[in-house]
Design a protein around this ligand. Sequence first.
Ligand SMILES: [Fe+2]
Ligand SMILES: [Fe+2]
Length: 271
Amino acid sequence: MRRLAHLSDLHFGRTDPDVVEGLVTELNRDRPDLVVVSGDFTMRARTVEYEAARDFLARLDAPWIAVPGNHDISPFHLVQRFLRPFSRYRRYIAPRTQPTFLDDEIGIVCLNTARTWAPETDWSQGKIRRSQIARAEARLAAMPEHVFRIVVGHHPFMPPPWDEEARLVGRADLALAAFRRQGVGLTLAGHLHRHYARFAEVDAEGDTVDRGVMRGRRGRLLAVQAGSATSTRLRGSEPNAYNRIVIADGAATVTVRLWHGNGWRDAAATA
Ligand SMILES: [Fe+2]
Ligand SMILES: [Fe+2]
């Protein structure tokens, strides 16, 4: 069995300090095997924001793995943005923007979906290059057969159940096809600041849930989104949230944890 905490969109520079403290306390009490952070550590990629993100990670007892988000590239320093877009991320968070993790139960492949520019006015959207898909597929294929496979990126691989037209990470269809060829059971992402989970294929077992518990398993890919763990940039009425994930017997069980002003509770307990 492996227990993960999936955090996203922390956005240091605009966080609620009570939520940050509450999250550190909860994670160190809960002691997951691994914390997975699916990007947007900062608001504007400022040094002071990266320092706060680094300090947060340093306080976690659990090991962690992460990818950058679109907010982790500077919108101000265009020379830096184009020439060394992830230099601060590499310095303060991790030297690698696409790390992998492998133990005897789970294997994780991370994709950096943030882009330095795009041929459109909105540069916040993400994309996966074909070469990234090929490399991710090779990494997944090299993992031992019995390992539960997980892919992490910042931008969503599947749309929210309430908005089928929502913008996805570029080449999401090609990426999902590759993941399914490799038996990926779970994708973890963020960016929308809304939590939901849904299967990549629709069938009679139930398509979507946006609250409570959902199970994914090898061969049936569950796309999981995390809300914003600590940011005050919340969408709609959704509070700060993160996902608690248990992987056992080839299946992943996802429980959404919501902030309630003085602590975290299961979403299902309050729905
Ligand atoms: Fe975000
Ligand atoms: Fe984002």
